[in-house]
Design a protein around this ligand. Structure first.
Ligand SMILES: NC(=O)c1ccc[n+]([C@@H]2O[C@H](COP(=O)([O-])OP(=O)(O)OC[C@H]3O[C@@H](n4cnc5c(N)ncnc54)[C@H](O)[C@@H]3O)[C@@H](O)[C@H]2O)c1
Length: 281
């Protein structure tokens, strides 16, 4: 079956879809004939994205959701199933970023990052998977991680990187688990995409304590890859059932490859040391 036909007439839920990569994913999936539930903690933003898709002839529903809250996610699932009857693609894309030192971070920083990036994904999996597993035909889950899950030195992003490592670990386990149900799982790893991620604290609830300093400003990331390009690469990966999709700017690829190789050398040297072999330079 041609890949686009596989998704035509089916329904996707995209979290974090009021902005950036999520909004671009919603548009790409809609352009391929899918109905799209546009879900975000920014309810007005979600409605605006949904309105734009509707104007382009795409069947859509904008919903406010806080993915860190299981009840809010249950309401999202109920709204999606009530409107479209079935959900075949779940894109767990909502995510927040925080810069800063691990030693000087607060537990509020960690709880906010992990409640959105990790627990948010789990809440959505728990809400949607039972019905997805009970149905048949093409079904898929995409979880947005980051190139930060592969860096040997995450610099001032240790906490964020930890949440993205968790997404990779959970997704790899999920992929083998769901293979028996015929449900694919793809991990999307963007790097330096032109979005509002540097201003993620705009949606940080006060319950997580003081906002951390944001030394990197609130503009879009310079020399970044366009969100549409990230979304296109992601959708192609989903349709091929790729386990892992990277989407980063051309100029950053060699640097990223070198970082991944350094990570592997660290592991390889540790293994060689363990068996008394000579470490690699
Ligand atoms: N931009 C990059 O360079 C980059 C790189 C690697 C990974 N990512 C990941 O891509 C994903 C999308 O981020 P983006 O870059 O498009 O940033 P963005 O800030 O433009 O979009 C993120 C969206 O998530 C929403 N969100 C935040 N908290 C939420 C919550 N509790 N419930 C529901 N929605 C919530 C925000 O309102 C926002 O609309 C994130 O998971 C991010 O970690 C981005």
């Amino acid at each position: 079956m041609p890949t686009t036909t596989r998704v035509e007439g089916r329904t996707a839920v995209v979290t974090g879809a009021a902005s950036g990569i999520g909004a671009a994913l919603a548009a790409q999936l809609g352009a391929r004939g899918m109905a799209v539930v546009v879900a975000d903690i920014d309810g007005d933003g979600a409605q605006q994205v949904a309105d734009k898709l509707r104007a382009d002839g795409i069947r859509t529903l904008g919903v406010r959701v806080d993915v860190s809250d299981p009840e809010s996610v249950a309401t999202l699932a109920a709204a999606g199933y009530a409107e479209f009857g079935s959900i075949e693609l779940l894109c767990n894309n909502a995510g927040v970023l925080l810069f800063g030192s691990v030693a000087e971070s607060s537990m509020g920083d960690w709880k906010w990052l992990s409640s959105v990036n990790v627990e948010g994904m789990l809440n959505c999996l728990h809400a949607f998977l039972p019905r997805m597993r009970a149905s048949s035909g093409w079904r898929h889950v995409m979880n947005t991680a980051s190139t930060h899950a592969f860096l040997p030195d995450p610099g001032k992003t240790g906490l964020y990187s930890a949440t993205k490592h968790a997404i990779v670990g959970i997704s790899l386990g999920l992929r083998s688990e769901l293979a028996a149900d015929g449900i694919g799982v793809t991990i999307l790893c963007p790097g330096q995409a032109a979005t509002r991620i540097l201003d993620a604290q705009r949606n940080r609830p006060d319950s997580f304590g003081r906002h951390a300093d944001e030394p990197y400003g609130i503009g879009v990331i310079p020399m970044a890859i366009d969100s549409d390009a990230v979304a296109r690469t992601a959708v192609e990966g989903i349709l091929r059932d790729d386990p892992l999709v990277f989407a980063l700017p051309e100029y950053g690829r060699d640097q990223f490859r070198a970082q991944v190789e350094k990570q592997w050398r660290l592991a390889d040297n540790a293994l060689r040391a363990d068996i008394g072999d000579q470490p690699l330079p």
